[in-house]
Design a protein around this ligand. Structure first.
Ligand SMILES: Cc1cc2nc3c(=O)[nH]c(=O)nc-3n(C[C@H](O)[C@H](O)[C@H](O)COP(=O)(O)OP(=O)(O)OC[C@H]3O[C@@H](n4cnc5c(N)ncnc54)[C@H](O)[C@@H]3O)c2cc1C
Length: 224
């Protein structure tokens, strides 16, 4: 029942989950954010919504409760299709747990990008990225979740494979972003944008997000 505005203004969220903090102002307008809730957004599972992709990039776990009991589902398994989730009849989302990892010798960085026709509109395409590098600058983790480019938020696995173990260069990041746009998504055409245009946006936004996330990992080394 936590409203978007509460998450947006939370100092704890800003410190512990900067990716979530960065994404919040992209959700609709202030008036909507004072009413909408984080649990409602995840349960609603709009494929162009920001929060589902952020939760997948952060490796969040979602607690579902009913009179039958309680269970936890990884965000990556929660979204099952267009406006569809793993929620069963009678279940409520009651908790969203975001891991805050601090591993010696590993530095992480995150970044969020989206493109919409007007600020506050649902995105035509967007990306939430979390990367980690070791002391030698090699990528140990790349979780890139794209939204608005399929029936649900999508984890870019071929993009991640290309980055892992590499010391990311501008060319390497561009190639991984191109792979995400080519192999990891399945955008449809609608009145807002063609499938081809959405693929193009996905490539550009993924490249920008990865560049910023790696730069942040190198300079700031945030802990999520
Ligand atoms: C004009 C407008 C613009 C918007 N733009 C954006 C945008 O740009 N990006 C974006 O991400 N979202 C956007 N939204 C969506 C908005 O941010 C809310 O996330 C969304 O409307 C859900 O609202 P709510 O939390 O009040 O949930 P509700 O509308 O109350 O619920 C949505 C669905 O989820 C179910 N539900 C709610 N909470 C739970 C729970 N805890 N457990 C299980 N099921 C639950 C409800 O039964 C219902 O089926 C927009 C909405 C509006 C009206």
């Amino acid at each position: 029942m936590t409203r978007h505005r509460t998450v947006e203004r939370s100092e704890d969220v800003r410190m512990a989950a900067p990716l979530l903090h960065e994404a919040m102002p992209f959700i609709a307008h202030a008036a909507i954010r004072t009413r909408g809730t984080i649990g409602g957004s995840l349960a609603h599972a709009d494929p162009a919504a920001e929060l589902p992709a952020v939760m997948i990039a952060l490796g969040a776990r979602i607690r579902l409760e009913s009179v039958r009991g309680s269970r936890e589902v990884a965000a990556a398994d929660f979204f099952t299709g267009l406006f569809s989730t793993a929620l069963e009849a009678g279940e409520l989302v009651t908790e969203i747990a975001i891991p805050v990892t601090q591993v010696t010798g590993i530095r992480t960085g995150t970044a969020f990008e989206e493109f919409s026709r007007r600020h506050g509109d649902f995105a035509l395409a967007g990306v939430a990225a979390r990367v980690a590098v070791d002391d030698s600058g090699r990528c140990t983790l790349a979780r890139v979740a794209l939204f608005g480019v399929g029936d649900r938020p999508m984890l870019a696995s071929s993009c991640a494979r290309m980055l892992k173990g590499q010391s990311p260069s501008a060319e390497g990041i561009r190639a991984a972003a191109d792979a995400a746009a080519r192999d990891d998504i399945d955008p449809t055409s609608d009145i807002h944008a063609s499938s081809r245009y959405r693929r193009h946006l996905a490539g550009v936004l993924t490249r920008r997000a990865l560049e910023r996330a790696f730069a942040r990992a190198h300079t700031e080394g945030t802990s999520t």
